[in-house]
Design a binder for this molecule. Structure first.
Ligand code: NAG
Ligand code: NAG
Ligand code: NAG
Ligand code: NAG
Length: 442
């Protein structure tokens, strides 16, 4: 206090304090004149749903006033839908007029038009005359998610933790039946697939970001994974930019089913090629045969499904590589190959089992360790997290990569350059998908 004991010194102190206040408020101002947004972030949580498979659920804020909304993600779905009816309250809900260019853009190359159906209350959400109709589907239950196309405000966070909003984000207003088999409190599906109004297209267009998204799913229901829109760096604790460890292969769009496919060339187990002469041809996605074959990637199925002949070749080599000391035991549903796990050691990368490598076009290799290839299905019983395609399965792909294989891996879809990047297990890079933190909490 020595400096302020005299009056003139007191005045000097006052000036010093004042200039301090002014300079900090200037600093605050300049940081709030925001730098351009480069990357958006959505937290994603695994949710158990009985009796169906686990779902990966995101949370956004939507409407005026803003309300938190949960949506199940579907990597393969084209158009996002949300249940809405008279309980949907928002002063910014706006149905899309049939004559709006947005209608044909969303439904490219068609335009669908409809009036409020009989029995509906005119001019309530989902029920307007002369509005654009769009189509979608809940592929967990097979129920349609179609209805009136509308826009409303959506708020999400940018990578530094700041909330940013899109005033005209489009959804289909769907019937309550569209929610069948979705997890508790989920109000629709977030579509990431091939469409002009899927999440990646809408979010990247709204902020002029590069048309890319990356998905990093956490295996735990207690910790969030993360989805990024836009370019890296994607930094996970303790300061690792996982966008630097991506290996790229071509992304093929299957326009028959409007879904993402990859070109798998071979499978290796512990470095050795799995013999493939009997089924090699199935790995090529065939435009001429209605889009059959090939390898697709999605989040609705938990375990990677393979045509039975591909599956049995993989199992033969896997069992050989695992060795005689690990006996097979009776299968636990839904798995097709299970082992007594008492003799299987544990490692940082999960159960210590033979490494499975998926070798894609451009020699891009996705290395799969125990954390993604084995499931503890019962006490002392561990099963291979790949299953054989069952009769009646609707997919036309020869292999369908499911959610369990994606966990604690970063997968980037670079839509402008038609390529997919994958990191292989982040556990081998001393991080995991639950390690994202906003760079500063605004
Ligand atoms: C969704 O279901 C439709 C119709 O059954 C099917 O054609 C399509 O391939 C499915 N897509 C996904 C992503 O499951
Ligand atoms: C939709 O377009 C029609 C003509 O195409 C017009 O009469 C109508 O007022 C428009 N409705 C809205 C809500 O903009
Ligand atoms: C998006 O719309 C444009 C026309 O505006 C069309 O050329 C393009 O094929 C559409 N994309 C998809 C994925 O439907
Ligand atoms: C697994 O092996 C252990 C040790 O040999 C044995 O005690 C146990 O009963 C086996 N469990 C199963 C499910 O086969």
């Amino acid at each position: 206090m020595g400096c302020c004991s005299h009056f003139n010194f007191l005045f000097l102190c006052f000036l010093l304090i004042l200039s301090n206040i002014i300079s900090t408020s200037i600093a605050k101002k300049s940081s709030s004149s925001h730098p351009p947004i480069k990357t958006l972030v959505l937290p994603v949580t695994k949710v158990h749903y009985y009796p169906g498979p686990d779902q990966y659920v995101i949370k956004i804020k939507q409407r005026t006033p803003l309300l938190p909304i949960k949506l199940t993600i579907d990597l393969g779905l084209d158009n996002p839908f949300m249940h809405c009816d008279q309980a949907y309250v928002s002063s910014t809900y706006k149905p899309i007029n049939c004559s709006s260019p947005v209608c044909s853009y969303a439904n490219y190359p068609f335009e669908y038009c409809s009036n409020c159906p009989n029995g509906g209350v005119l001019n309530t959400p989902g029920c307007h005359d002369n509005t654009c109709q769009a189509y979608s589907i809940n592929n967990i239950s097979g129920r349609p998610g179609s209805g009136e196309l509308f826009q409303d405000i959506v708020s999400v966070k940018s990578i530094n933790g700041r909330s940013v909003s899109v005033p005209n984000f489009l959804f289909i207003c769907s019937h309550t039946g569209s929610l069948l088999k979705l997890a508790n409190d989920v109000q629709g599906m977030a579509a990431f697939g091939v469409s002009n109004i899927s999440f990646p297209y809408q979010f990247t267009a709204a902020f002029g970001l590069e048309k890319k998204f990356a998905i990093c799913l956490s295996p735990s229901e207690k910790s969030n994974g993360v989805i990024f829109f836009g370019n890296g760096p994607y930094v996970l604790q303790p300061g690792i930019d996982v966008s630097m460890s991506l290996t790229y292969t071509s992304l093929i769009t299957n326009y028959f089913v409007k879904e993402y496919y990859l070109l798998l060339k071979a499978i290796k187990i512990n470095g050795k090629f799995v013999p493939s002469d009997k089924w090699q041809y199935k790995l090529t996605f065939d435009y001429d045969k209605g889009g059959n074959g090939g390898t697709k990637i999605g989040t609705l199925l938990p375990y990677t499904v393979m045509e039975s002949d591909i599956f049995s070749s993989v199992v033969d080599e896997f069992v050989k590589a695992l060795g005689k000391n690990i006996p097979r035991v009776a299968n636990v549903a839904p798995f097709d190959v299970c082992f007594n796990s008492t003799g299987i050691a544990r490692s940082r990368l999960g159960p210590a089992v033979p490494t499975i490598e998926l070798v894609f076009q451009n020699k891009a290799v996705w290395k799969i360790f125990g954390a993604n290839s084995m499931v503890q299905a019962a006490k002392d019983v561990m099963c291979l997290a790949f299953v054989s395609k069952k009769e009646g399965f609707w997919s036309t792909a020869a292999i369908e990569i499911g959610g369990y294989l994606l966990e604690d891996n970063l997968i980037q879809f670079d839509l402008d350059n038609n390529r997919v990047g994958f990191s292989s297990s982040l556990l081998s890079k001393q991080t995991s998908c639950s390690n994202f933190k906003y760079t500063n909490h605004a």
